[in-house]
Design a protein around this ligand. Structure first.
Ligand SMILES: NC(=O)c1ccc[n+]([C@@H]2O[C@H](COP(=O)([O-])OP(=O)(O)OC[C@H]3O[C@@H](n4cnc5c(N)ncnc54)[C@H](O)[C@@H]3O)[C@@H](O)[C@H]2O)c1
Length: 443
């Protein structure tokens, strides 16, 4: 059993804290958000992440996890302090490090025994050194030793607990191999390969991984657009490609592109770092551009189907979260698409199984409905934006009959084009034959 403190009780921090507690450690989670901490003390996770609340409750009951807004309380006996605060995008595309810096200052203020500081936030290359410098400059007693380890996190929202407990690899970067090895011991029960390297390389592994995954999606989206022009079906193309083990099937789903709390800011931050260090990140820039184009293409296709104008058209949106199984709306493609539709004078109705409350806080003028059928009622078109499972088994005949015009824009290719057309829909997928309409031609 180790004593662990986790700074930041968000998607990453809370999963980290809860899972380490579940592995038998004593964990203190500290956050500046009082409402979040109050809710967590009562065993209520204030965001949607499957399986997380159960683990939090189990460990609260077992006396292995504690929540506080007090750094003094959280850091008192900590042998390891994990930093898991947010690193949002700054105004130029750079990562905003102010939350990490604030956390480092608080660590320094409360440092009264030797400790290993583990950075789990996604931070620009070189931040490990900056954190060490901030702590050194602000600590009350400079004779107390501390070590900084970079330990980037690769979990995915929606399957965060599973991903944390079943990692493909544990990456640890440090100037002290001994410190990195001590952090590796925390993960030993997970039996994952461990890479121990220097701070900068560890930080780079995280950015390079996210940039590669985003590239894979933008690549298949570019192929999808070529498929539409040439009459091929990208779903089958991706299947055929993915069976090649050098390529692999993951992240080859064509659609309206990536979003969320990580890919957009991380790809832009890497491009920013590259450009400010004399590199020319042309691939990364294209990856970003292709992603933006996917949303525009969809709106453009819809406008054409509706006779050249979206003015006063009623458009239904199925799915708002940036991906299924989360309520996270950060950089969700739905937001950009809805803004474009509204800008062109369309009326928007929407439904999401988990993200409606978060969506209401950031979207104006949208009619939020209680189920997909209410969204379909009187709509001139439906756009499937997030591929929640519950949208895969809808009564599509009923949906079609409720609509004013049976236009179905399948932004995630979850429906069978043939079946949808047989039901009478004017179906448009992404990269599924001429004009995205499906392999046997347009409707
Ligand atoms: N969300 C993901 O899927 C994911 C995956 C891998 C890595 N990451 C990275 O992990 C980091 C955290 O992401 P997240 O999605 O968990 O963010 P989040 O916004 O969900 O959580 C961050 C938490 O930190 C708290 N916080 C901010 N400043 C603080 C401070 N000074 N002291 C204490 N608490 C503070 C906030 O109140 C918030 O609760 C980011 O760098 C992100 O890029 C995220």
């Amino acid at each position: 059993m180790k004593e662990i403190a986790v700074i930041g009780a968000g998607y990453v921090g809370l999963v980290t804290g809860a899972c380490f507690a579940d592995l038998g450690n004593r964990v203190w989670c500290v956050d500046v958000n009082e409402a979040k901490i109050e809710s967590l003390k009562m065993g209520k996770v204030p965001f949607f992440e499957p399986g997380l609340e159960e683990i939090v409750r189990r460990n609260l009951k077992a006396g292995r996890i504690f929540f506080t807004t007090s750094y003094a309380e959280a850091l008192k006996n900590a042998e390891f302090i994990f930093i898991a605060v947010n690193t949002p995008e700054g105004s130029e595309g750079e990562a905003d490090l102010s939350y990490v810096e604030a956390a480092a200052k608080e660590i320094a203020k409360h440092l009264d025994h030797p400790v290993i500081v583990v950075n789990k936030s996604t931070v620009p290359i070189g931040t490990g050194d900056i954190v060490a410098e901030i702590i050194r400059e602000n600590m009350a007693n400079p004779s107390i030793p501390f070590w900084v380890v970079s330990n980037p996190e690769f979990l995915r929202e929606g399957s965060a607990v599973h991903d944390f407990m079943n990692p493909d690899r544990i990456v640890l970067g440090s100037t002290s191999r001994e410190a990195a090895e001590k952090v590796a011991e925390l993960y030993a029960p997970l039996q994952a390969p461990v890479i121990i390297t220097d701070l900068r390389t560890a930080e780079m592994i995280k950015y390079a991984s996210n940039a590669f995954l985003a590239t894979k999606i933008s690549f298949i989206n570019e192929i999808a657009n070529i498929c539409e022009a040439l009459g091929a079906d990208v779903k089958v193309v991706a299947w055929g490609m993915g069976l090649d083990h050098r390529i692999g099937p993951e992240f080859l789903g064509a659609g309206i592109g990536w979003g969320g709390s990580c890919f957009p800011k991380d790809v832009r931050a890497l491009a920013y770092m590259a450009a400010t260090h004399g590199c020319h990140p042309q691939l990364l820039r294209s990856v970003i551009e292709i992603n933006q184009d996917q949303r525009r293409r969809l709106v453009h296709k819809l406008r054409s189907l509706l006779g050249g104008s979206l003015r006063n058209k009623v458009i239904g949106i199925l799915g708002l979260a940036f991906k299924p199984n989360t309520d996270d709306m950060r950089e969700a493609p739905s937001v950009e698409i809805i803004h474009m539709l509204q800008h062109e004078g369309a009326k928007v109705k929407a439904y999401d199984p988990a993200a409606m409350e978060n969506a209401k806080a950031i979207l104006n003028g949208v009619e939020f409905k209680e189920d997909p059928y209410q969204v379909a009622e009187g709509a001139d078109a439906l756009i499937l934006v997030t591929e929640w499972n519950e949208f895969k088994q809808l009564d599509m005949e009923r949906i079609k009959n409720l609509m004013r015009k049976p236009i179905l824009m399948d932004g995630r290719n979850i429906y069978d084009p043939e079946k949808m057309r047989a039901l009478g829909f004017i179906y448009r997928g992404i990269g599924r034959g001429f004009d995205g309409a499906g392999t046997s031609g347009g409707s």
